[in-house]
Design a protein around this ligand. Structure first.
Ligand code: NAD
Ligand code: AKB
Length: 310
């Protein structure tokens, strides 16, 4: 029987992924961990700082963990305030987990990479799987390097580590912080609260995005795919939709005609401009049958429906 540990489980993706994994594997078989208190008490949780290698190893042995979904990280915007700490958390945390698999203590790892691995030398439209990676943020540097370590541990030690380059993730279940794509969640909260939204990106800044339901399903489908189907051990490109702040605003204004937006770009504008506008994810579609379900209109209807119930 599988026993799963999630690191960084209290974050935007972790809170939703934990619930979905518990539906599949059973509540007691999915252990959430983080350095902060969980928002609710609906399953096993342990405090775990990913930089504490000894405690990580003890928890994995004591709880008989077989798989780790390693979500703990410091994201693109927050990372710029403390680059060395970000490098430490994002890269050394991953290396400790890869070592556990090398030593045979766990069987499978999920490592979330990101569109932040792309940089100014990367073609920005329909960005292909294998492209130059010269990220501009320490977050992107740590994830690009992390991808290479994953590939190395797979090729050299046979570690079954799987990874996707998530676009910006949008969900109604949790509030993001510290990222450059966070505006695309915040905007819905402002619309529903009847407030004007002050957008920290410019109106024409196009970025790849994905609804949380698709992101969580992609993650679980990748992890459950037969090992022989996983041909890529760096991050698989993953895509669903791409839009600008003005386009998401136009989708929301159809539901809330009085909703107003103002544009006040800050330092995150430069980060966003260094990333791709759209992604070619044909390898994921071919190797493990990835298919997205949500576009901008469908996501907007679902976000508004769920957030207005809260
Ligand atoms: P998040 O910032 O919401 O959550 C990250 C969690 O990691 C937080 O709960 C934080 O407390 C925890 N954490 C930070 N330092 C830690 C440490 N030293 N030890 C243990 N936990 C620590 O992030 P998220 O949006 O949920 O993203 C999850 C993963 O997916 C990250 O690795 C991120 O890089 C990746 N990703 C997210 C997005 C997105 O749009 N949300 C896009 C691309 C990639
Ligand atoms: C961020 O904006 O930092 C994240 C990401 C795309 O990795 N949402």
């Amino acid at each position: 029987m599988e026993k799963i540990l999630l690191t960084g489980a209290n974050g935007q993706i972790g809170t939703v992924l934990t619930t979905e994994l518990r539906k599949i594997y059973g509540v007691e078989h999915v252990i959430a961990s983080d350095i902060t208190e969980p928002a609710n008490n609906d399953g096993p949780f342990c405090f775990l700082d990913i930089l504490n290698k000894q405690r990580l190893q003890e928890q994995v042995k004591d709880l008989k963990i077989t798989q780790i979904y390693h979500l703990a990280a410091i994201l693109s915007a927050s990372g710029e305030w403390n680059p060395l700490k970000t490098w430490d958390v994002n890269l050394n945390g991953l290396l400790s987990i890869l070592d556990l698999a090398k030593e045979g203590l766990i069987k499978k790892i999920f490592f979330p990479s990101t569109i932040a691995v792309f940089g100014k030398t990367t073609p920005r439209i329909q960005t292909a799987q294998d492209v130059p990676l010269q990220p501009t943020t320490v977050y992107g540097m740590s994830k690009a390097t992390g991808e290479n370590w994953c590939n190395y541990y797979n090729k050299r030690y046979g570690v079954d580590v799987r990874s996707v380059r998530y676009p910006g993730i949008i969900g109604h279940q949790s509030i993001p912080s510290g990222g450059t794509t966070d505006y695309a969640v915040e905007i819905y909260h402002s619309a529903i609260a009847g407030e004007e939204y002050r957008c920290f990106l410019d109106k024409d800044t196009r970025l790849p995005m994905m609804y949380m339901d698709d992101a969580v399903r992609a993650t679980i489908e990748l992890m459950e795919a037969p090992e022989e189907n996983i041909k890529i051990r760096i991050g698989y490109n993953l895509a669903a939709m791409s839009f600008t702040p003005e386009e998401i605003y136009n989708a929301i204004v159809k539901h809330y005609p009085d909703f107003k937006i103002v544009y006040a770009p800050d330092f995150r504008q430069e980060i966003a401009e260094s990333w791709s506008e759209s992604i070619d994810d044909s390898s994921a579609r071919k190797d493990w049958n990835w298919k997205h379900a949500f576009d901008l209109e469908k996501m907007t209807a679902d976000m508004i429906n769920n957030l207005s119930k809260k």
